[in-house]
Design a protein around this ligand. Sequence first.
Ligand SMILES: *Cc1c(COP(=O)(O)O)cnc(C)c1O
Length: 400
Amino acid sequence: MILKRHNPIGSDEIEAVNEVLKSGILSDFLGAESKKFYGGKRVLEFEEEAKEFFKVDHAISVNSWTSGLICTVGSLDVEPGDEIITTPWTMCATATSILHWNAIPIFADIDKDSFCISPDSIKSCLSSKTKAIIGVDIFGQSADYEAIRNVIPENVKIISDTAQAPGAIRNGKICGTLSDIGGYSFNYHKHIHTGEGGLIVTNDEKLAERCRLIRNHAEAVIESRPSSPINNMIGFNFRMGEIEAAIAKCQLNKLDVIVKNRQKIADIITGILAKVKGIQCPQVSTGNTHVYYMYSLILDENLDRKNIVSQLVKKGIEGVSEGYTNIHRLPVFLNKKAYGNSSIPWNLNKKNYLYGNGTCPIAEKYHDKQVFTLALNHFDMDENDAVRVANLIKDVIESQ
Ligand SMILES: *Cc1c(COP(=O)(O)O)cnc(C)c1O
């Protein structure tokens, strides 16, 4: 079974990129105080359009969402040794963005139905050092930000990593905007893409400006802004080029159609698999829509996942993987080594930080034994493809 690779790039993008190439101005940022400190024509246009699209006061483009995460963490007045709570089910950049500011990632367990960070588990991770929470809208639906807000002190900020859920809605609000600051990835595997790219969204003027500074060599311009705090104002070059911005403008217009199609495909698969004994289809939390970056299945504990997945692969299914990730078991955390041979930032506090097996039991059990995923993000499937994929899974599960 050969599925068509996801490709949202068409003639609009080709024309827009040609226009940039013909202009000869492929980036129009200046890393010095000036009008061009905020980027070129298309970067500014894209940010204006993104503000409207995501209904926020500030949209800040970046060259990747990893860069976006580093900006958002830095913007929160994080001190070395502060703790930031996040989830083991995410891409590693969510956790390393914390380390980049010498803050300490703490992993809360995941919710057993949504796979997003568990508000209950956050409660047991809180300490006097907790500075922020990074919720991740994993696989395409929102974390429960209302419940998160209810279990944390008022001074603790929330970042949302909505890389996998652009266009998803929670209680009428656009995912990515339910927190103090959030954002999206535009790398090739995401719903819409610019090759590499990202976008930060927030309604907080101060956080927005600090992100813009970090994006573009903050240290070089901060002296001309006497009222700005200078902590964490060592900047980077996280600027988006004009080519990517031109593509991003086109891609934004396509998101709704891509999301609707993804939802149609997922609904067909769920329609076939919902009645199959031994597996659980994605559970969409109350108030959420799901945009299906990945399609997740939870197997009953007595079923042999390795055998099931190898049978599916033998029958030619594409994009199926066992488990997801467990960032809290990566060597960087097990060995507490991020900067040279030192244990910075963990040794900044007199505390024994525990990572690894046993610290996030649901995430571990699901990853090691029970969950497998279909990478809907890799393919542009039609209705027939969805029926074939679902029936293949149904047959294999029912033959166990
Ligand atoms: C893709 C992804 C990122 C990183 O985004 P890039 O644009 O590739 O840097 C971060 N978090 C999550 C959950 C992702 O899926």
